[in-house]
Design a protein around this ligand. Sequence first.
Ligand SMILES: Cc1cc2nc3c(=O)[nH]c(=O)nc-3n(C[C@H](O)[C@H](O)[C@H](O)COP(=O)(O)O)c2cc1C
Length: 393
Amino acid sequence: MVKFSTAGESHGQGLVIIVEGVPAGLPISEDYIGIHLGRRQKGYGRGGRMLIEQDRAKIISGVRHGHTLGSPIGMTVENKDWANWKEAMSVDPLEGPPQSPRTQRITRLRPGHADLPGAMKYGFEDVRNVLERASARETAARVAAGSIAIKLLEEFGVCIHSHVISIGSVHAQVPDTVDWAAVEESPVRCADPDAALKMAAEIDATKAAGDTVGGVCEIIAENLPIGLGSHVSWDKKIDALVCQALMSINAVKAVSIGPGWEIAEQRGSQVHDVILPVTDPDHPWRRNTNRLGGTEGGMTNGMPLVARFAIKPIPTMVTPLPSVDLDTGEEVLSHFERSDVCQAPPACVVGEAMLALVLADAFMEKFGGDSIPETKRNFQGYMATVGPRKIYR
Ligand SMILES: Cc1cc2nc3c(=O)[nH]c(=O)nc-3n(C[C@H](O)[C@H](O)[C@H](O)COP(=O)(O)O)c2cc1C
């Protein structure tokens, strides 16, 4: 089973990541992980923090001479900004009165952030104790973990892409064939150049108003084998696992497989993806459409797995919302701290990581193996059985 966990506060010393269950023999490097971390840092609408950080994961265990060992992979990502937060985020108790304004307690609650429920739940008197971990800085750790899952899936021909399909009320016209290289170059990760310009203008207008704006991201995994996940139990269904993983990304408020809500308005004949007669034994079970997003019965069906999520506007705003003070319960303006204006482009990269981690886990559950060659043998053995039953056994 591929599992991962993360630790680290936004302005602490750094992030810690452990990834378990990756078979031995997977080629992996800090440079490769760095490519994905760099992709997360890009995006029109990001705040000043991304100018400070140049994320780089240091692998400290589980890899030798460029290949995984089958043991837990440990990584750290340093926070460059830590230098400015040493007192405010000191592990040791402070000796004497605080010197830095950053150490001051935060009591002005931000609607839409974790401040209020977190402070109540953990009994804190300083909202910083909540916001440091609730911050999406943690998603850099997920991308480091996810890049190892992406690499594992790549060994089996699976590739993962993502793009922004709307920002605010600006919607992209997604072409039938997406130029993924162009999406990587798009400042808003959009496949429609005209919409991309309007999205950037929407972000500019939002920023000028001291406000924030959300969007919808689409994540796609291509070339998946049929049969990942299972129909037999609720907690093995791949669509449910994907939705849980994507919903766990900070600020995500809705997730769908395929277009989701839209299909509820249509008839069955407009929705279900007709299975075509098998003419190519190497590519059985093809469909002309993929309206259901590549899963049936909680399993991948051999079509690309397509998931979408809606991400809400960022809760920290230059023009603060009315709120209340944690100490007094009296009306104040909510706290502002350096923040993004729109996080949909980087959220796509986080979505890729989360999708890859779920798929890598399902992959290892289905094919097993302690080394990449063993997993490949198991994979190839299964794939040789996938086809019409009178031809393939
Ligand atoms: C990539 C990314 C960047 C984000 N950047 C910010 C930010 O700069 N400021 C902010 O207040 N929230 C930001 N968020 C959203 C908050 O982390 C999130 O709203 C908060 O943790 C509360 O969780 P919830 O929205 O899931 O309820 C970001 C989210 C993502 C995915």
